[in-house]
Structures are given as C-alpha cells and as structure tokens.
Design a protein around this ligand. Structure first.
Ligand SMILES: Nc1ncnc2c1ncn2[C@@H]1O[C@H](COP(=O)(O)OP(=O)(O)O)[C@@H](O)[C@H]1O
Ligand SMILES: [Mg+2]
Length: 432
C-alpha cells in the first residue's frame, strides 16, 4: 500500500515508523532526517497551503493519505488529498472544525446534549468579559482558533488580578473580535484518543501529558514536555471516567455525522477529571504530540490497515498491549523562553538501541552529517515496560545517551509525581 504522510515532527516520525508494512511517501515543511530515511520519496513544501500541496502531489498516485498536524487540517489538506482520488484517513476541514473553532465545539456539544462542558460564553466586548469573570469567579480565557497550545490563560495560574485577565480578553477581542470565557475546571487532565471511521470509534489507552515547561508543573505552557501511560487506566482515574470519556468521543462522532461532516481520523479528547465528573477541555482532530508516541508503541495491529479501515468507513477495532510507557522530550537549553538553536547534538544510537529506549526526531536538521537543534523541541525519547517505574528508568537512560545543549523534565513518569496526582484526585473526589 502506497501511503502519503503529511507532517514532520516526532509524532509523524512515530507514525512513519509504524507504517513499516507500507510504502511510505511524505510531504514535510522542513526535512525531518528520520522520516526522510523511512520514505521512498519525500517532498519539502508549505504543508499548510492547499494549492502548493495539490501541485506537489500532481501526477503521483497513492492508496491512502494521512495529514497529521492541526494547521494542515484547518487548511483543508485532507480535502485536497480526497480531491485527487486518494482514500483519506484524516478529517476534512469541515470535520476538523471541532478543533480549530472552540465556539463551534461548545455549541455542537450543547446542540446534541453531550455532557462535560463547563459554563461558557463567546464574548465580543470587554464589558461582557468582565460580567462573566464576575459571574464565574475563576475563568479560562481563550481565543477560538489554533495557537499551538499557548493561547489560554487561566485564573490563579496565568493571572490573579481580574484586571490582568480582562486585559488579556481585550487583547483577544481586538485581534479576533471574540474571546471564549469558560468557567475554570479544577482537576487532573488526561488524554483519550480514538481511531474514527465516521461512525464508530476505537479508543486508545489513556495518557497524561505535561504541558508546563519545568519540574513540578512550573513555568509556561509548551507543546508538551512528555507523557506517560499505564495500560487501560491511569493511576488517578476510575474505570467509569474512561467510560464517560468514550461516551463523549462517541457523541461527537455521531453528532458530526448528523451534521453532514463525518469524522474520519484521530479524535483526541482532552479531559479533566474533576470532583463533578469528567469534563471536556477541548478536542483535537489529530494525534497528540507526544501522546501519539505512547499510543502507537502499544498498538498491536498494522497502523496502515487501521488507517485504511477508517478511510473506508469500516473500522478494524485496534488492540493494545497493557505495558506502561514514558515519553520525555529533549529540548534545547533555554527552552521555552530563550532556546539555543543551531547547536550540534551527538546521538549514541547503538547504546540507545541496547538500552531498549527509542528516539524520535522532532525539530532538528542535518548539517554536513551533524544533527543540529532548532528553537523547538529536539527529540522524543520513548520507553515501554511492564511497570511505569521501569519505563521511566529506561527513558532516563535513553536521555543520557544524547549529548548536546539539551535538557528534559526528569519528573515525568516518576512515582513521586504520579502519587501527587493520585492524592490530589482523592482529595477532590472526597470534597463532593
Ligand atoms: N475551562 C478550563 N478550566 C481550567 N483550565 C483550562 C480550561 N480550559 C483550558 N484550560 C487549561 O489550558 C490548557 C490549554 O487549553 P485548551 O483549551 O486545550 O487550548 P489549546 O490547547 O488549544 O491551547 C489546557 O490544557 C488546560 O490546562
Ligand atoms: Mg489543548
């Protein structure tokens, strides 16, 4: 099967590797040396421009297309692939609106009676923003569109004074004409991703990501510093939480079908377990990065076959190993505030292989045979084991075998951090 993959991060490197029973072709915005090596042929172009992508693939034939990053979905790249007669396993621009328009998302949930939204309102004036800040007391202030995970400000976390929150809402209103104000949710976040064929869902194991830059969840939000999973359940969740999450994901897929924009692709639910049950923070219309790396390492089936079944509307239910996984991102020194780019890195590949950890290339480039950093995340290190403790230990070993001006969050996947989450959830549930 000839598969065309669009995207060039560590997430796409993991996808490319998992398509090892297919003939891989790829389109990247910048050359990812690892994906290039796995591809029979690759092209470099602006992957967020539908016309350019259409020109790039003109005259070529593929059996299946998969466009991975959020901005490519919003740019209608899946529609371009479909227009070329290729079967497509990623959502159309219309279906991916569930991610790129948070107002549409909240309204859809309301329309179809899907539970899990906080109180919310889309405002067009600072006066309305202020009214809601008073009414909800604690809020999250969001732009409606894509911001690479860096556009949301939350009371008590990013600002404490009403005035500062109001200023942020004003900035958004000036820029976009609107701002989304939501009641603040309090709890533990987790990710539930599903393969979707327009009708059915095949849910992957739950995963917890770490958005904050520094140890102990301090610092600003990043693209994600790492993630872990522990089989069918996370240690701070109950089975009923997963069931609630699945119900919400299925509700969205059914709603989008009724809306005439069926969702073929990966639906990512970002959930918050709270004292009042499972709430939905947002949806993504694609794999999470890093969460794709955890989930795909556990998938027992051929990813190519599952993607094909999604595109054809005949989902093969996926099966997963119950192992624990840890992903840690190695990022440039100074990341996220003042990252040092263009610095050489050496990778002890043989020792990494021996350690059992795996390395995925994120934003690095090849200069005369040397791997160099950029200002974004550099590598994701994955490890898998029967216990979380072992997996975490192996991930740390993997990180130690890559040398350069890099750092990573050493606390991700450690027992002490997981214990804190368990205690926090216990105390929240006890407050009911
Ligand atoms: N209503 C909310 N209550 C509490 N925290 C929130 C809320 N909405 C968002 N957040 C926090 O902000 C982060 C980013 O918000 P999200 O809606 O996922 O936007 P994006 O990922 O597109 O920036 C979330 O992961 C969560 O930590
Ligand atoms: Mg998010």
């Amino acid at each position: 099967m000839k598969v065309l993959l669009i995207g060039n991060g560590a997430r796409e490197h993991a996808i490319a590797e998992k398509l090892d029973d297919c003939e891989l072709y790829s389109i990247m915005s910048k050359k990812n040396p690892a994906i290039a090596q796995l591809s029979k042929e690759y092209w470099i172009c602006d992957i967020e421009n539908a016309d350019i992508v259409a020109k790039t693939i003109a005259g070529h034939e593929f059996d299946l297309g998969f466009s991975s990053p959020d901005a490519t979905l919003a740019a209608g790249i899946s529609d371009v692939l479909g227009g070329c007669g290729i079967l497509v396993a990623s959502p159309s621009r219309a279906a991916s609106r569930i991610e790129w328009d948070k107002s549409y998302m909240r309204t859809l949930l309301q329309k179809y009676g899907i539970k899990g939204s906080p109180k919310f309102e889309v405002v067009k004036s600072p006066a309305d923003a202020l009214r809601l800040m008073k009414e909800y007391d604690q809020v999250a202030i969001k732009p409606l569109g894509l911001t690479g995970g860096k556009g949301v400000k939350v009371s008590g976390e990013h600002f404490t004074q009403t005035d500062d929150g109001l200023k942020y809402a004003e900035t958004l209103i000036t820029k976009d004409g609107t701002a989304l104000i939501e009641e603040k949710l309090v709890g533990e976040e987790f990710t539930l991703q599903a393969f979707c064929d327009g009708t059915r869902i095949g849910v992957m194991p739950p995963i917890q990501d770490h958005k904050r830059a520094f140890v102990g969840d301090k610092g600003s939000n990043t693209g994600g510093m790492g993630s872990y999973s522990t089989g069918p359940l996370l240690p701070f969740l109950e089975h009923s939480d997963i069931e609630s999450g699945k119900k919400i994901l299925q509700g969205v897929v059914s709603a989008l079908k009724k809306e005439g924009t069926p969702f073929h692709g990966i639906l990512y639910g970002q959930f918050m377990a709270t004292a009042h049950g499972i709430k939905i923070v947002e949806f993504n219309a694609r794999f999470g990065d890093p969460e794709a790396i955890n989930a795909l390492s556990l998938l027992n089936d051929s990813l190519g076959n599952i993607l094909l079944s999604m595109a054809e509307g005949q989902l093969h239910q996926p099966s997963f190993s119950n192992d624990s996984t840890v992903v840690k991102y190695l990022v440039p020194q100074g990341y996220p505030d003042k990252p040092i780019a263009d610095s050489p890195v050496t990778i002890d590949s043989a020792a990494i292989e021996e350690s059992g950890a795996k390395i995925y290339y994120a934003s690095v480039y090849d200069k005369g045979g040397k791997i160099m950093t950029t200002s974004s995340r550099s590598f994701a290190i994955l490890s898998k084991a029967t216990t979380l403790e072992e997996a975490e230990d192996k991930a740390e070993k993997g990180c130690s075998l890559i040398h350069g001006a890099l750092w990573h969050r050493e606390d991700i996947g450690t027992n002490s951090l997981v214990e804190k989450r368990i205690e926090r959830m216990k105390s929240l549930r006890g407050q009911k």
